[in-house]
Design a protein around this ligand. Structure first.
Ligand code: ZN
Ligand code: ZN
Length: 422
């Protein structure tokens, strides 16, 4: 299954109402469309704009409304932290604060190679929970809290703008005198609500303690003193956001009897696959950008298919080009993606091609427009679709499907599904 992130687009008036996918030369995708079945797909639901994380959950057959708990856990898993269900994971940034604790740079001058800072932070002792802190790409890092009676229902300490003090972390939901939010009543009543509030309050305290102690450590760290000498902003404060509890996902293999592998550069996608129990491969040269080494990724996927029934090959480039509003780059990466599909046509039985969501060049962000999807393989029913695009796929035999139904459809075509009833 080849997922070209954000590849789907909208009709562009200046291009005669065509989309980048319609303009790109993609003989292999078109060849497969001719021999397979096409359709359009709402990865989450019609009118619901997907994030890459919720979309990939759905594309692996998980209901995102039941399984998604926030971005933090997926990034932490993608960063290689061995998570346990119940851990609370946050996305983190190294930022710069001045003497008055006002944020002067949310990314600490795009500081990088920060593992020494993370190592120093890891030595801190917190009351009430253990933690794992790890630097990831650039100014980014990830924090995982582990312990009893902790909660992800806490606010961020990242105000998302500079010139402000990082706000104190607080329980995310507050009951104001007698007014209780409607949802705890649905999810288990007042008792549960009281516990959730207590856990959120405890977690807020732990995190505020972490923020203060890590600031003390970072302030004095040699790496930051060195940066100050060079006139560079210090990475002296950790901004936290996107907290989520690590969900328990039923393993992909158990769900579909398919042994799955994942080839991706994007930490978020790797994290989703990791938490689904799939084999996640790190490919040298896979950058998660338009300059990625697609040949190496294709080779890695083919290698995995020797020992796995299913491989997800994720290509991030089209989404990046779309966020930048760069039409040429988008067409370029689509054509390069098409180039590697050739390697799979002779080597594997079933091929599916899709996008996790639409990212129109004109909008520079995700939208809820359905994406084209095609499945080709032995015995797959064909239709009249002769090319792969948003427009042509809408005429295909798959009709309009939900993202979470794609793997069941593929598994059935592969002879892996079980009869419902007698
Ligand atoms: Zn995406
Ligand atoms: Zn995106």
């Amino acid at each position: 299954m080849i997922i070209c992130d954000g590849m789907a687009d909208r009709s562009i008036p200046e291009l005669g109402y065509k989309t980048p996918l319609e303009i790109a030369k993609k003989p292999n995708m078109d060849w497969l469309a001719k021999r397979g079945i096409s359709g359009i797909m709402d990865t989450i639901a019609p009118g619901t704009t997907p994030g890459s994380d919720t979309a990939h959950l759905a594309l692996l057959g998980y209901d995102p409304y039941e399984t998604y708990t926030g971005r933090g856990p997926f990034e932490a898993a993608g960063a290689g932290i061995e998570l346990r269900p119940g851990d609370i994971a946050f996305r983190a940034n190294y930022a710069t604060v001045d003497k008055n604790m006002v944020i002067t740079d949310r990314r600490a001058g795009r500081i990088h190679d920060t593992q020494p800072l993370a190592d120093a932070i890891q030595k801190i002792k917190l009351k009430g929970a253990e933690f794992i802190f790890k630097s990831t790409a650039g100014h980014r890092a990830t924090l995982v809290l582990r312990g009893k009676g902790i909660s992800h229902e806490v606010s961020d300490s990242d105000p998302h703008e500079e010139g402000k003090k990082p706000p104190k972390i607080e329980p995310r939901f507050q009951s104001t005198e007698g007014v209780m939010p409607a949802y705890p009543i649905i999810t288990g009543g007042v008792r549960k609500y009281v516990y959730r509030r207590r856990w959120a309050a405890k977690t807020s305290k732990i995190l505020n303690d972490f923020s203060q102690k890590s600031h003390e450590v970072l302030k004095k760290h040699p790496m930051n003193i060195e940066r100050a000498k060079k006139g560079l902003p210090a990475g002296n404060y950790i901004l936290l956001r996107g907290g989520g509890v690590v969900p328990h996902l039923m393993p992909f293999y158990q769900k579909f009897e398919l042994k799955g592998a994942c080839v991706a550069a994007a930490a978020l996608v790797k994290g989703v696959c990791k938490l689904a129990g799939m084999t996640v491969v790190n490919v040298p040269g896979a950058t998660g950008s338009v300059d990625t080494n697609l040949d190496a990724k294709a080779k890695a996927a083919l290698e995995q298919l020797k020992t796995h029934d299913f491989a997800l090959l994720h290509i991030k480039g089209p989404d990046e080009a779309s966020h930048d509003g760069n039409l040429r780059a988008k067409i370029g990466i689509i054509e390069r993606a098409d180039g590697i599909i050739n390697k799979f046509i002779d080597a594997v039985d079933f091929i599916a091609i899709t996008a996790d969501h639409t990212t129109p060049i004109s909008f520079k962000n995700h939208t809820a427009d359905p994406v084209p999807v095609l499945i080709s393989g032995p015995g797959v029913r064909t239709d009249d679709v002769k090319s792969y695009s948003e427009r042509s796929a809408a005429h295909g035999g798959l009709g309009r499907i939900h993202g979470k139904d794609l793997i069941p459809i593929i598994a059935d075509l592969m002879g892996k599904s079980h009869k419902f009833g007698a």
